[in-house]
Write a protein that binds this ligand. Structure first.
Ligand SMILES: [Zn+2]
Length: 358
């Protein structure tokens, strides 16, 4: 504990595993922030550097498509090339921010397996060129499928990924809410017992996947994507402990053998975040809250300078408004807002000041 030192920049393979281990033994987790373009990527890097926190930069399939451009003629190809473009941007810049950066992708259901395989084609080519994969880890969310099929398909894809030093995040149990149209049904008033992962399922996945390579598990403990009215989401972090305990007692491992991921971190109670981290959560996804933090300052900026968004030169006073409508002004306000929300995430997760980059 505390001995891990890695080179700053994108971490993959054995270094990724060391970073995850440093988080778990140090009792902290990393924010995994969804990005959609260079403004959000740079805001995340800026916040990570300022907080001396290692960080996870993540793209959903929709975020990757947006990165390539909404006008890109082929949506399927845009999801692949947008992800590749984002990853190359981060590989080029990350080391200069002086922290370790994990590159990840978010939910891919059965229909999106070709997206993951398309990114792996590029990842393998990049590996040949540089000795590193493009991404540290992808995610396959086959939690809506039959459990055995979910695990076998994850085993097949992980076998390919392990060859180039990549990790795989899987999902067992259903995270409520929707993200890019993916995710389980969630009704705020309904009985949401489906939202809790069974420890026996986690053990089954561990038995099948751990001989193949590095993997992490998004386990459901009542978490939902998005932000809902207080009281409607009942988090039960002890579900995570039950899974860890079952694997520990079955395989006589040390404490917290599983690398766990907390989806739907936006809007969560800080005490329960701490409890989840104590049970081996090393990654907490955050999207909804950082989206709001990016957009709210733009709203305020436009409100304060409303005439600058109607006229290039004020028709009454003759004032030129270039320095207000220049996109760098209001986009910078957005970046600053997003980075400030990440100060809070790094504090909540205990990652501030803990970078292993040296
Ligand atoms: Zn999720």
């Amino acid at each position: 504990m505390g001995d891990t030192v890695l080179k700053p920049g994108v971490v993959t393979g054995a270094d990724y595993d060391k970073l995850v281990q440093a988080c778990k033994s140090g009792g902290y987790a990393l924010p995994a922030v969804n990005v959609t373009g260079t403004n959000t990527v740079n805001a995340v890097l800026e916040a990570a550097a300022k907080n001396k926190s290692d960080i996870i930069i993540q793209l959903s399939n929709g975020g990757a498509q947006f990165f390539a451009g909404q006008g890109f003629p082929d949506g399927g190809l845009a999801k692949v090339l947008g992800a590749v473009s984002a990853a190359r941007h981060v590989h080029l810049l990350a080391e200069h921010y002086g922290v370790c950066v994990v590159l990840h992708t978010d939910h891919a259901n059965k229909k999106l397996i070709p997206w993951v395989e398309g990114m792996l084609d590029h990842g393998e080519a990049f590996f040949k060129e540089t000795g590193k994969p493009l991404f540290s880890s992808h995610m396959l969310d086959l939690s809506e499928e039959d459990l055995d099929w979910n695990i076998e398909e994850c085993a097949r894809v992980l076998t390919r990924m392990a060859k180039i030093g990549m990790s795989l995040e899987i999902e067992l149990g259903v995270t409520g809410g929707e993200e890019d149209g993916i995710g389980g049904e969630f009704e705020e008033s309904a009985d949401n017992s489906k939202l809790y992962t069974q420890p026996a399922d986690v053990l089954k996945a561990y038995d099948r996947l751990s001989p193949i390579g590095s993997f992490s598990v998004a386990a459901s403990f009542g978490n939902v994507h998005g932000v809902y009215k207080p009281g409607n989401v009942k988090l039960r972090p002890e579900i995570l402990k039950n899974s860890q305990d079952l694997v520990t007692s079955t395989h006589k491992t040390g404490a917290n053998p599983l690398n766990l991921v907390f989806h739907g971190g936006s809007g969560s109670d800080k005490g329960q975040i701490k409890e989840a981290v104590s049970y081996g959560v090393f990654k907490m996804n955050i999207d909804t809250d950082t989206q709001f933090a990016f957009s709210a300052p733009v709203g305020a900026f436009v409100e304060e300078n409303d005439r600058a968004f109607k006229y290039q030169i004020d028709p009454d006073s003759g004032t030129p408004y270039k320095k207000f409508y220049d996109p760098r002004k209001w986009l910078r306000a957005a970046e600053v807002g997003m980075a400030a929300r990440l100060d809070e995430a790094c504090a909540d997760l205990g990652s501030a000041g803990k970078t292993v980059a040296g």
